[in-house]
Design a protein. Structure first.
Length: 661
């Protein structure tokens, strides 16, 4: 009995339980049931008497039947209950072979419908009655049954083409029947001739690719034990051409051209080939068409990786595109031009720039710096045409080369002019001081060795306490400084300078500039010792006045003749025929200006009693005499020349010649 009233059903169940329990002995202890996996599992009893009591009280089921219909997954199950309990609960379990549970339900009716059962499968239904706390130990089984199915042939045939893999594949939906079924798959050409036959237990089936030009047909036939079905579905199709193969690319050296060739097996009608050129980014940069199986590609990009894609098209359609291996054109790159190296102001870095004609897109350059011995000291790669290089050795002759690279044949290297990187100058060496009394100054010289470019030297004069007295600038290794204080300890400092700054200062030794000494008017004495006579010439005026008149002394010493042009106080002393064997002369002067040299005038000097100094000069020899004055000690020369008839001695500033004539 089934009811929708839950309360009524509960009272009815409890009533049935009391009726069933009254017949059990008092010593039987009932155990509360538990539920596991949606299936009721009841407690066990303490003795075998329980099973006997259950069977006696619950009773058994009889006449379990199953109503089956063709192609219907739903069956109706019915049975007869012979037990003592009113409206017990019946547990229905459907099994298939291997005791695998297909479905499990519970009901209070003696008739129930089971749905969604598999077709063509051997099934059994087991039914067990139960009440709360009691379950029969014995289930009633139905007979084995199968839900039959009508026969349906294979359907929905599909052909999948893989020309690149060289196969095509047939798939279909299997036939529906409870009998074992196999399949015969046939391929027919346009004339109806079977060109392929394959047997299979299930889809799919693969065939080798065909070079057929017409329409093909594919048929799947279902075959059972002792029977076959010819009412199979037929699929008509065309095989597209297989793609080109064996692509070969041969670049033409030093050009932007390449020869490409390939093979193609399909012979269906006229075939046209499309050749696409791709860059590494899969961008099409060129498209060509031809009916031949080779082609000359022109104006290709150089210095980049390229890939060719070839696709064939004929009456059956277009093939898949076949790609070549990557390649690049080995174009001879042009070298850079006009490589310039310039120093960066106030730094030890250099700026490098060059020009280049773009044969290749975005070429790269390699910059190499090396010394005179070709030893490489720096290398850098760049894609720009100007860069700053730092960290090069200073004051070393360097040269720089730039070459073009870019996935092809590298260009020749273009060299720059020799250059060097500046550094702060070195220290000057070997400072020499020459005192010039007449200008109260000094002449300074020094040595300097440095490969770096120098712009100037700063020469400074310091007192003993470090106070700068004077400073001059020069580009030479010498300088003259005048107007310095006299009789004070002084030093000279020399500093080399360039764009980066000044080097260390080198100082000279300490020196003094002395005061100039004053002397009396000029006196000149000439002593001729050949006969013991002395002839003196002096001047009432100073010697520098006489020199200013470009005349000091002329003496004509010929036997019996007066002087060639004697002065008013000149005295004639006869000379022997013998030459003088000794000449004694003393010259002192306070001339404020340096006398000029020139042609001698014939003026005599007045005698004067003045202090004399002797300097012996042997005849026919040269000796130095000293001119003393504001210019310091100035060297002069005395020359004695012999002539047969005349003795004439002339004295000139700096170059004093005595001649007889």
């Amino acid at each position: 009995m089934k009811t929708g009233d839950e309360t009524y059903g509960k009272r009815d169940t409890e009533s049935n339980a009391r009726k069933c329990h009254q017949v059990f002995p008092n010593f039987i202890q009932f155990v509360e049931p538990t539920l596991t996996n949606n299936d009721s599992t009841y407690g066990t009893f303490p003795s075998n008497l329980v099973s006997e009591a259950q069977s006696e009280v619950l009773g058994e089921l009889e006449n379990v039947g199953v109503d089956v219909r063709v192609n219907d997954p739903t069956v109706t199950v019915s049975w007869v209950y012979t037990g003592n309990c009113t409206s017990p609960e019946f547990l229905m379990v459907v099994y298939k072979s291997g005791n695998t549970i297909v479905k499990s339900v519970s009901t209070h009716d003696s008739r129930n419908v089971l749905s969604e059962l598999p077709l063509c499968t051997s099934l059994v239904v087991a039914i067990t009655p139960s009440v709360p706390n009691l379950k029969s130990s014995k289930a009633a089984l139905s007979s084995t049954f199968v839900i039959p199915s009508d026969f349906y042939p294979a359907s929905n045939i599909q052909v999948e083409m893989d020309p690149e893999g060289g196969v095509f594949t047939a798939t279909w939906l299997p036939a529906t029947t409870c009998d074992p079924v196999g399949y015969e798959v046939s391929v027919f050409d346009q004339s109806g001739t079977r060109i392929y036959l394959a047997e299979a237990d299930s889809p799919p089936v693969q065939f080798d690719y065909l070079q057929e030009c017409g329409t093909l047909s594919l048929k799947v036939k279902s075959v059972g034990t002792g029977w076959s079905n010819d009412d199979a579905e037929v699929q008509h199709f065309k095989l597209i051409p297989s793609p080109p193969k064996h692509i070969l690319v041969e670049p033409i050296v030093s050009t932007s051209n390449a020869i490409v060739s390939w093979t193609f097996d399909h012979i269906c009608g006229a075939t046209e080939f499309t050749v696409n050129t791709y860059t590494a980014g899969n961008i099409v940069v060129g498209t060509y068409s031809t009916r031949d199986r080779s082609l000359v590609l022109t104006r290709l990009q150089g210095c980049v990786s390229l890939v060719l894609g070839i696709m064939a098209t004929n009456d059956l359609g277009s093939t898949l595109e076949t790609r070549s291996a990557p390649f690049s054109l080995r174009i001879l790159l042009a070298p850079p031009k006009n490589v310039q190296v310039e120093t960066v102001t106030n730094t030890s870095s250099v700026s490098v720039s060059w020009e280049h004609e773009d044969v290749c897109p975005s070429p790269e350059f390699i910059i190499t710096v090396f010394q005179k011995d070709r030893n490489v000291i720096y290398r850098e790669y760049t894609s720009v045409r100007q860069l700053i290089i730092s960290g090069l050795p200073a004051c070393v002759p360097l040269q720089l080369g730039v070459a073009t690279i870019g996935g092809s044949i590298d260009s020749q290297q273009t060299l720059s002019k020799s250059f060097y990187v500046l550094a702060v100058p070195n220290e000057a060496q070997n400072i020499q001081i020459n005192i010039i009394t007449k200008i109260s100054g000094v002449a300074v010289t020094w040595t300097y060795k440095d490969d770096c470019d120098l712009y100037e030297f700063f020469v400074s004069v310091y007192t003993q306490n470090g106070l700068m007295v004077k400073q001059v600038e020069t580009y030479e290794n010498s300088a003259e400084i005048s107007g310095l204080p006299k009789c004070k300890p002084l030093t000279v400092g020399v500093v080399a300078s360039n764009h980066l700054g000044r080097g260390p200062e080198k100082n000279s030794t300490v020196f003094n500039i002395p005061e100039a000494k004053e002397s009396s008017d000029s006196v000149m004495v000439i002593k001729l010792n050949a006969t013991g006579n002395i002839r003196r010439f002096s001047s009432a005026n100073s010697l520098d006045d006489a020199v200013a008149r470009k005349s000091i002394c002329i003496l004509n010493c010929r036997e019996g003749r007066p002087p060639l042009s004697g002065g008013k106080d000149s005295e004639f002393v006869p000379c022997q025929s013998e030459l003088p064997v000794q000449l004694t002369t003393t010259i002192t002067t306070t001339a404020s200006t340096q006398p000029e040299t020139g042609d001698m005038e014939q003026d005599g000097l007045e005698p004067d009693d003045t202090e004399m100094r002797d300097m012996s000069v042997e005849s026919d020899e040269e000796r130095d005499i000293l001119w003393r004055g504001d210019y310091g000690a100035l060297p002069g020369r005395v020359a004695v020349q012999e002539q047969l008839e005349t003795n004439i001695w002339t004295i000139q500033q700096r170059n004093i010649s005595l001649s007889r004539g």
